[in-house]
Design a protein around this ligand. Sequence first.
Ligand code: GFB
Length: 317
Amino acid sequence: MDKNAKIYVAGHRGMVGSAIVRQLQSRGYTNIVVRTSKELDLRRQDAVERFFAEEKPEYVFLAAAKVGGIIANNRHPADFMYDNMILEMNVIHAAYENGVKKLLFLGSSCIYPRLAPQPMPESCLLTSSLEQTNEAYALAKISGLKYCEYLNRQYGTDYISVMPTNLYGINDNYHPEHSHVLPALIRRFHEAKESGATEVVCWGTGSPKREFLYADDLADACVYLMENYSAEDLGNETVNLGSGKEITIKELSELVAKTIGYTGTIRWDAEKPDGTPRKLLDVSKLERLGWRYKTELSEGIRMAYDDFLHGESRAER
Ligand code: GFB
């Protein structure tokens, strides 16, 4: 990518999109195009077509998505499927129609089967049933990555896709019910410390294991892959993006409590869903491509907590 190439980052206000914009700027890219969802509703095909025809971006990072934690996914499957599926199809198709040179599509590790072998290699996609709590989101993400593969195969485009593990970082969503586990715990332990509460309730049994990647590390990997690899180099197959390390939710809760300075007890509400028991990505392909994560979880949680206290996401709480 030329430093002055026109690059459209879809979803630039979200945690992932904003990290990609920061990453591009820090690498000297000067011609980054963005639109808020008010300016451009990516679910409207005619609006997306008009935008691409007018702006003619050369490169696209598709980081726009409707996302949420286990409860949000479980309660709103129709919205998660419709919003994600339609915006992906609109953006990827408009990119193809307007001759975008290269596109990067972001999916999620929940595309892999619920009981996939651990760690999960890219090749286990579509080998057995999905986790029920996020099936709708996973089906939309599988459709997006497959549409990129089909365009590459049928029309010779160069659209790559990456499947990140659970992410956290700057500009996260701290909604008490709809967020992912890490921001939810940061908020809950912080509020317990502030109010002097002696007990914090977390969801599920605490036994599921999850892998976490700091969003700025993810953005670094995305730009690295866009700069250095084509879909053909990647075998027209997705690439897992993770740290390759997992931790139980119980251990995570203790780490967050320690970082925040909460010293009370932690109780587990087993009425809330655990979700998939393990979700560790096999990152050997990514490492062969020359990329490894940088931010350890303990350091990332400190930076995320600092953003919770002082960053822009604070205004939206
Ligand atoms: O982050 P989370 O919602 O995502 O939950 P998933 C991870 C684990 O943390 C589950 C537990 O076992 C939850 O039961 N947990 C404990 C909590 N306390 C809390 C809490 O206060 N809030 C939340 N949210 N969880 C999502 C998918 O699955 O992961 C999405 O639903 C997406 O589709 C995303 O793929 C990355 O890892 O279970």
